[in-house]
Structure formats: structure tokens, C-alpha cells
Design a binder for this molecule. Structure first.
Ligand SMILES: NC(=O)c1ccc[n+]([C@@H]2O[C@H](COP(=O)([O-])OP(=O)(O)OC[C@H]3O[C@@H](n4cnc5c(N)ncnc54)[C@H](OP(=O)(O)O)[C@@H]3O)[C@@H](O)[C@H]2O)c1
Length: 276
């Protein structure tokens, strides 16, 4: 596994997402066996960064992640856990409560990285960061970050946060260049903010785009691996694909080893301009 270092913190370029682990927006215990299998596979394969949120399966994703982590007997300090507070809990007391509830569900005594899941109109960012800073001060959270933040809010967050904004978690993939076009990615790269690309392989044309399939063939890997490699070859970009399939989980992990040339990067960066 390769790492990107941000504020002296090395982070694996490929982590594991947990959206749909344990259900979608509410718990669905029928998916527990498949969810636990996915988490166990990821831990066995060697993933150490897990991305979750209080929103995922109404907290059940955190419960299953905590359970799989304990079962693996991997030392807590070898794992890096990201979780997120949802917009309905953005007032000071509820931020603290949300984090404590996440810790209880995870069965852990700190969260490595705690994110504002997505912004909402009229939120009081100063109050929000006051609570988040307290969580860092109290040792319940090690690092702070944001998700789905555009430039204005990102700059305000830097102003209010007592610690550096470690990451902005955003949708970024071969066909989705929204945050390239709005200047957020360049700003993050110039201001020591890690870009965590979510939904990196969730796009329809991944199996059929001609450039992607040709580059994959040349490297003797899958188009999914090329889609991930394209992201993590870029400065300060890591990604967090999710899968229930242990072969896919391994394939995604191994994508960190794919070496793309400057020419591959250019071809892939332009490959969706004509097709989507
Ligand atoms: N901050 C936010 O607002 C936000 C929003 C969305 C997501 N996220 C985070 O980002 C993570 C990843 O995003 P995502 O789950 O939306 O999308 P994703 O990881 O890009 O795509 C997941 C889908 O791709 C398939 N897949 C994954 N690897 C594959 C492979 N090697 N070969 C074939 N199919 C593969 C999976 O199916 P199989 O199970 O069949 O492999 C699954 O259907 C989430 O789990 C979550 O942690 C954050």
C-alpha cells in the first residue's frame, strides 16, 4: 500500500467506504452477514482506513465496523477511522452527543478523523467548529475535516478550526470533475488539505469506455483499478471505494500498486469529455 502524508500523518491511498454496510439510511439487519463478510475481508486484506458516518444505516455501519475491528484483534492504533456528523446535529450540544454516540457504537475511545458530512443552508459554522474543537481538545477526535464543501465554506472552516482541516471528502472520479472545475481540488492541493475522493468507481460506463479499457489492457489490470489509480496518482488525493465482494475488495486494494504514466493520466483525464 502507498501512503500520502498530510500534516505529518501518513494515510493509505486506498481506504474502505462503508455506505450500505448494515443498511442504507436505516439499519437493515438482513444485510449483516454480507456486511460483516465485507468488513472482515477488508481487514484481512490489509485496509486500515475505514470511512463511516452516523448517517450510514442509522449508525449500524459504525456498530458493525466496531465489531469487525474488535474481532480482527488489530491494535486500535493501526487503524484509522473516519466518521461524520449529520446536518440535523449541527448545534453545539448535538455535535458532542453525535460524536459520543459514534464512539459508543464503534466501541472505541477516539475517532481519528471527524467530518462535517455535508453543509446545509443557514448552518452556524462558528458554533459547529466550537464543538468540533472541543472534541479535539477532549481527545475524542484526533483530526477534523469537511465533506462536500465548496471554496467559500472551506476557507471559513480553515478560519474556525483550531487544528488544520485534514481533508475535504468530495465526489471525484474519471467522469465527475465538478470539484476540479469549481477550483476546490487545486485549492486543497495548494493549502495542505487532503482530497478524499468518494464514489470513485460508481459510474455506468466504467466497463465500456474505450480509453479506460485500453489503458487497463495495457497494464493487465481491470478498468476499476485504473479508475482508482488515476485518482491516487494525483497529488494529495486518496480514495475510499466500497464493495461487498471480496475479490473486488482485494482488486481495489491492489490498485494502489498500478503505475500510470503521464500519458496515461492525460488520456484518462480527457476520456469522458466526449462520452458522458
Ligand atoms: N461524504 C459523502 O457525502 C459521501 C457520499 C457517498 C459516498 N461516501 C463514501 O465513499 C464510499 C465509496 O463511495 P460509494 O460507495 O458511493 O461508491 P463506489 O465505492 O465508487 O462504488 C461502489 C459500487 O461499486 C462496485 N464496485 C466496487 N469495486 C468494484 C470492483 N473492483 N469491480 C466491480 N465493481 C466494484 C460495488 O459493487 P460490489 O459490491 O458488487 O463490488 C458498489 O456497487 C462510501 O462507501 C462512503 O464511505 C461519502
Amino acid at each position: 500500500m502507498k501512503y500520502k502524508t498530510i500534516h505529518n500523518l501518513p494515510l493509505p491511498v486506498i481506504g474502505f467506504g462503508t455506505w450500505r454496510i448494515g443498511g442504507e439510511s436505516t439499519p437493515d439487519p438482513r444485510t449483516d452477514p454480507a456486511s460483516m463478510n465485507a468488513l472482515r475481508s477488508a481487514l484481512e486484506i490489509g485496509y486500515t482506513h475505514f470511512d463511516t458516518a452516523e448517517y450510514y444505516a442509522g449508525g449500524h455501519a459504525e456498530e458493525l465496523l466496531g465489531c469487525a475491528a474488535r474481532e480482527s484483534k488489530i491494535n486500535r492504533d493501526k487503524l484509522f477511522i473516519t466518521s461524520k456528523v449529520s446536518p440535523e446535529h449541527f448545534d453545539h450540544d448535538n455535535v458532542i452527543k453525535s460524536c459520543e454516540n459514534s464512539l459508543r457504537r464503534l466501541g472505541m475511545d477516539y475517532i481519528d478523523l471527524y467530518l462535517i458530512h455535508w453543509p446545509h443552508l443557514g448552518m452556524d459554522l462558528e458554533e459547529l467548529f466550537c464543538a468540533l474543537n472541543k472534541l479535539v481538545y477532549d481527545g475524542k477526535v484526533r483530526h477534523l475535516g469537511v465533506s462536500n464543501f465548496k471554496l467559500k465554506l472551506l476557507k471559513q472552516s480553515q478560519m474556525y478550526s483550531g487544528t488544520p482541516i485534514l481533508t475535504n471528502q468530495i465526489p471525484y472520479s474519471l467522469p465527475n470533475h465538478t470539484y476540479l472545475e469549481n477550483g476546490v481540488i487545486e485549492y486543497c492541493q495548494q493549502n495542505d488539505i487532503l482530497i478524499t475522493a468518494y464514489s470513485p468507481v460508481k459510474f455506468r460506463s466504467i466497463r465500456v469506455n474505450k480509453v479506460l479499457t485500453e489503458v487497463a489492457k495495457a497494464h493487465a489490470v481491470t478498468p476499476f483499478q485504473i479508475a482508482l489509480a488515476w485518482l491516487v496518482t494525483q497529488p494529495q488525493v486518496i480514495t475510499i471505494p466500497m464493495s461487498f465482494n471480496s475479490a473486488h475488495i482485494k482488486e481495489n486494494f491492489d490498485a494502489a500498486d498500478v503505475e500510470l504514466s503521464a500519458e496515461d493520466m492525460l488520456l484518462l483525464g480527457n476520456a469522458w469529455k466526449k462520452t458522458e
